[in-house]
Write a protein that binds this ligand. Structure first.
Ligand SMILES: [Zn+2]
Length: 153
């Protein structure tokens, strides 16, 4: 039978609602509640090699050390290490296109996070650009507690 061949099946057209609750886990929850309650961006540092991970993770990818409780506060400023311009509109996107999605390495971190960059013409964004986090006044506990990044003065 070929994939998508439903000739021998009884098919009911329609939509299926799948409500669920996402649990961010111990690390993700600490990261998000610190972001929400203190507007602080936290990473984790490996004591053995010194690498600082953002987003936080359980083990160091180099040393395999357990780094779950090795929290360090990071700056809300950083540098664009890569980016793309999102031009295809879709109802699930967080912004109207075109907008910039950047890989941003915060000051004090060794790994980048992906986030929205605003306040700059999508055709003028560049690697190496300095940016700062703009926090959302209110949001669901998600990475969108950082509303976006924008060029740093
Ligand atoms: Zn390490």
């Amino acid at each position: 039978m070929q994939k998508d061949d439903f000739s021998n099946s009884y098919v009911v057209e329609g939509k299926l609602a799948l409500p669920y609750t996402y649990f961010a886990g111990r690390l993700g929850s600490t990261f998000l509640t610190t972001l929400r309650d203190q507007a602080r961006i936290m990473g984790v540092r490996c004591d053995k090699c010194g690498k600082v991970f953002l987003p936080p993770r359980q083990t160091c990818e180099r040393c395999l050390e357990d780094i779950r409780d090795k929290w360090v506060a990071l700056e809300s400023t950083g540098v664009v290490v890569n980016f793309t311009v999102v031009r295809q509109q879709d109802k699930h996107l967080p912004r109207k296109t075109p907008y910039v999605l950047g890989m941003i390495k915060l000051d004090g971190a060794d790994t980048p996070i992906v986030h929205i960059i605003e306040g700059v013409d999508p055709d003028k964004i560049s690697e190496g650009m300095r940016v700062k986090a703009i926090f959302a006044p209110e949001s669901e506990p998600s990475i969108l507690l950082i509303n976006h990044f924008e060029p740093a003065a």
